[in-house]
Write a protein that binds this ligand. Structure first.
Ligand code: FES
Length: 273
């Protein structure tokens, strides 16, 4: 059993949870994920490792209450335990060899972008974080992202905090002003990652994205995370989750993401009854 040692609300729909899992904490690296099961009747869900503490033996996850399992997970409190907590899974992000990087996070994607920014920062790389949210109430990890970046550009769609506009506007302005990025990491909703990739392609800047959002069971067996990268079939959970964003077929990935939306809505309705 894996005991919850910290639970913190980040906003109305997102929660941070630190779990006692010393063996995973020992090996975890940025970009990897865990699979958890709340109880013996629960489904397995993959969640990115948002942080880890090797000394304390804890692994931090951040989840958004979007379906039955995350609603169930959210009923647990500090001292409760998860039945399964398996990892670290997936390939660690390849972050070596860069001098100045823009890490771009959109909404809940900032939970995945943060460990990438932290790893780059700890490697001595110059890091600009561009984080976008719909409004000020949805902002997460502001202090944490500020701590691991040379500059934090906070964007909100409605201008209620930070600058008004999308992350791509800030990224484009920085590129045009000569920021000199040699690598971009983009993590967030698929339309956002596609928009970032279109922009960086124009400017010939290598770009890595995380396809974590399309994973289902995270084991390479369900086929739910199949995608086309550079004309080849890949599985986000075993070949990724990180890929060269300029090679990903976003149209296909977006279609795949919607495959089980009706079933998920039905399960959530049943859970709430
Ligand atoms: Fe099922 Fe990758 S998530 S095969």
């Amino acid at each position: 059993m894996f005991t919850i040692v910290e639970k913190r609300r980040l906003n109305d729909s997102m929660t941070l949870m630190a779990v006692d899992a010393p063996f995973i904490a020992k090996k975890a690296q940025a970009g990897q994920f865990i699979i958890l099961r709340v109880n013996e009747y629960g489904e397995r869900i993959p969640l990115t490792i948002a942080d880890y503490d090797r000394e304390k033996g804890t692994v931090t996850i951040i989840y958004q209450k979007v379906g039955k399992t995350t609603l169930l997970l959210d009923t647990l409190e500090v001292g409760d335990a998860l039945l399964d907590f398996i990892g670290p899974l997936g390939k660690a992000s390849e972050l070596e060899g860069h001098k100045k990087v823009a890490v771009v996070g959109g909404g809940a994607g900032c939970a995945i972008a943060y460990p990438q920014a932290k790893a780059l920062h700890n490697m001595g790389v110059q890091v600009d974080v561009i984080a976008g949210f719909r409004n000020k109430d949805l902002i997460i990890l502001e202090d944490e992202m500020r701590e691991v970046s040379d500059h934090l550009y906070l964007m909100t769609d409605d201008g209620s905090n930070g600058h008004k506009g999308f992350v791509t506007a800030a990224l484009e302005e920085n590129i045009k002003n000569g920021a000199g990025y040699d690598f971009v990491v983009a993590i967030g909703p698929l339309p956002m990652m596609r928009a970032v990739c279109n922009l960086t392609k124009e400017h010939n800047i290598e770009t890595m994205i995380s396809m974590n959002p399309i994973m289902i069971d995270g084991t390479g067996m369900c086929g739910g995370c199949r995608l086309t990268v550079g004309g080849e079939t890949k599985f986000a959970c075993v070949d990724g989750p990180d890929f060269n964003g300029h090679e990903v077929d976003f149209d296909e990935a977006m279609k795949r993401l919607r495959t089980y939306s009706e079933q998920e809505k039905e399960a959530t309705r049943e859970f709430n009854c």
